[in-house]
Design a protein. Structure first.
Length: 267
């Protein structure tokens, strides 16, 4: 049976790499994204063959992969080039918490680890439920602005918004979370954010550090509750903006900790 499963996998994004390591299937990985930081050892052990929007096609082909995992329509061009070169490519497009669980199960099944995958996913689901249960006891839920980019301001994607709800906070831009493309989540005027008066601001920027002091210094933001009370935090993009195990575990836990501390003071 083993020989029927993919033996040489290239992961164009971090979440499939992290998941294959968690399943003990890292020996199958022959190439990874240069943005991979989870698990740390993957960076040392595996060749880096892609960014997010670009990939070294020749390098990937030289690795002779029998399967390439990608994520989202943003990697369609990379996928197209590989498919034309005769490579099997699976591009996932998960945007919600349920879709993340579904994709992780599919990946586990593709490497012959359906049972183990299901067991790990059940544990993750139980942790989610336990956090939701704790958050249900909040007397007051914080209103949260989650910034995915700063210039221009961009609100966050659906799975982050859903995890925020599970962790005990309310997304102040729930209508934007339903937009899968980043450009559709751009907030034209910072004044709109000010008017929605977030109690907490969380930033997570891919490729650069989020600086709370810069947020606090934005013109007209001095009366925003989050600025007034110093409730501005960073969650690393690797922990929350990858639609895989990290967001469901570390990302969620960090958000819940921030919300719990706020609720203890304001509930």
């Amino acid at each position: 049976m083993q020989h029927l499963l993919p033996q040489r996998i290239v992961c164009l994004t971090e979440e499939t790499t992290e998941w294959l390591y968690l399943l003990g299937q890292e020996a199958r990985i022959v190439g990874i994204s240069g943005y991979t930081v989870r698990p740390r050892r993957a960076r040392e052990e595996k060749p880096k063959v892609s960014a997010f929007l670009t990939a070294k096609i020749d390098k990937i082909l030289a690795l002779k992969p029998d399967c390439v995992f990608g994520f989202s329509d943003l990697q369609a061009d990379i996928a197209s080039l590989l498919i034309k070169a005769g490579v099997q490519v699976t591009v996932f497009n998960q945007r919600s918490v349920d879709e993340i669980f579904s994709v992780l199960y599919q990946v586990a099944a593709m490497v012959g680890q359906a049972e183990q995958g299901l067991a790990q996913l059940s544990r993750m689901r139980a942790e989610l439920d336990a956090i939701a249960q704790k958050a249900a006891g909040f007397k007051r839920r914080p209103r949260v602005y989650f910034e995915e980019w700063d210039e221009p301001h961009m609100s966050t994607i659906r799975w982050v918004s859903e995890l925020m709800g599970i962790a005990g906070g309310d997304d102040i831009f729930p209508e934007l979370a339903l937009q899968s493309m980043g450009r559709d989540r751009i907030i034209a005027s910072g004044q709109t954010i000010v008017e929605r008066a977030p109690d907490i601001v969380i930033g997570s920027l891919c490729g650069k550090k989020f600086r709370p002091e810069k947020v606090a210094a934005r013109p007209g933001w001095q009366d925003v509750p989050a600025v007034r009370t110093g409730q501005i935090f960073e969650i690393k993009s690797a922990d929350i903006l990858q639609p895989g195990p990290a967001a469901l575990t570390d990302g969620l836990v960090q958000m819940h900790r921030i919300f719990s501390q706020w609720e203890a003071l304001h509930g």
